[in-house]
Design a protein around this ligand. Structure first.
Ligand code: AMP
Ligand code: MG
Length: 324
């Protein structure tokens, strides 16, 4: 009996090795990576031109994004203190902007989110890279215009720069002919039109990216106080069924508002006590920002069915075992 189990296990391991090597050796991989590199090059250039200062990433911290969905926990102890891996740098962005001489920042930020197996779909990874930016005293409109400009520049650049790569992938570039301003739709409006699966259906029908506004989610995304129950936050939806590519919002920064929203969300205030204390002292500035997944943008640009196609090593949740 034992031998059989061992044999199965060995076979499974060998199959995994084969699959891993096969994935690395894919002919299309260099084209995808070159296009991704061109995206990042254009993004850095756009940030630099617009005076957005680059911070290097922090990958562990006592405080990280609580997210609005469950992931496997990943905390550990360092020097007797509890740390977590970075799920996003939202709180670091806010704090960094308390520097009176910093106005606009971004980070090319590795995020570890140990997504549950049910997120083993075509757009989730359990480790990905987010281009995360935040501007002081900005509004949603500033972020919309900024992101539309970024996409326009990046898509224009890669169309010119990566002609050979698109040819090798057998992918056209008409989906990259986009310019702002993008349409804006509220979640309520699309829900009324498409039902519960509104995001996927609206994305499938769209031929251009669009903004989806007014999602209620994490406590740090600001509620519109003149219009209670609506939120000054937004997603950018990639068209042709590629769905969400970016999330962001104007942020709560006032102590009372932060506490109210944390309580509404049932947050553990103890684990956030230092952040709360800083808010009390008025150290959280008024900001707005967003973050987009690099792999999701690459997937859309390269028109790949599955996000797993754009990474060298599989980071798709729920595969059971990973050897690299
Ligand atoms: P969020 O603020 O949680 O929406 O994350 C910001 C952006 O990061 C999203 O809009 C996606 O583009 C990307 N992203 C979030 N989670 C994942 C994931 N598990 N895998 C790949 N990309 C992700
Ligand atoms: Mg999101």
């Amino acid at each position: 009996m034992k031998t059989y189990v061992l044999k199965d296990e060995n076979e499974r391991e060998l199959k995994l090795l084969d699959e891993t090597i096969e994935k690395i050796k894919r002919e299309k991989l260099p084209s995808i990576l070159k296009i991704q590199q061109a995206i990042l090059r254009s993004v850095d250039d756009y940030m630099y031109k617009n005076g957005v200062v680059r911070l290097l990433p922090n990958m562990i911290s006592p405080i990280t994004d609580p997210l609005c969905h469950s992931v496997e926990d990943c905390d550990f102890t360092y020097g007797g203190q509890k740390f977590n891996v970075t799920k996003s740098m939202i709180f670091h962005k806010q704090l960094a902007l308390s520097n009176p001489y910093l106005q606009k920042i971004y980070i090319v930020s590795p995020n570890v989110r140990l997504e549950l197996p049910e997120r083993g779909d075509v757009r989730h990874l359990f480790e990905f890279t987010q281009v995360d930016f935040e501007f002081k005293d900005a509004t949603m409109d500033t972020v919309f215009g900024f992101m539309e400009g970024l996409i326009e520049q990046a898509f224009c650049y890669i169309k010119e720069e990566c002609k050979e790569e698109f040819k090798k992938l057998g992918v056209g570039t008409s989906h990259l002919d986009v310019s702002g301003p993008f349409e804006r739709h509220t979640t309520q409006e699309l829900k009324a039109k498409y039902g519960e699966d509104f995001e996927a259906l609206a994305s499938k029908e769209a031929t251009r990216p669009f903004w989806l506004i007014n999602h209620k989610r994490e406590f740090y995304d600001a509620e519109d106080l003149e219009n209670k129950g609506t939120y000054k936050n937004y997603d950018l939806i990639w068209p042709m069924g590629y769905v969400e590519g970016l999330s962001g919002g104007e942020r709560e920064y006032n102590y009372d508002r932060i506490i109210t929203r944390m309580r509404e969300a049932g947050m553990d205030e103890q684990s956030m006590k230092d952040y709360i204390e800083l808010a009390k002292r008025g150290e959280i500035p008024k900001t707005a920002g967003a973050g987009f997944g690099v792999e999701r943008m690459t997937r859309f640009v390269c028109q790949q069915d599955d996000i797993d196609e754009v990474t060298v090593f599989s980071r798709k949740p729920g595969k059971g075992k990973y050897i690299f």
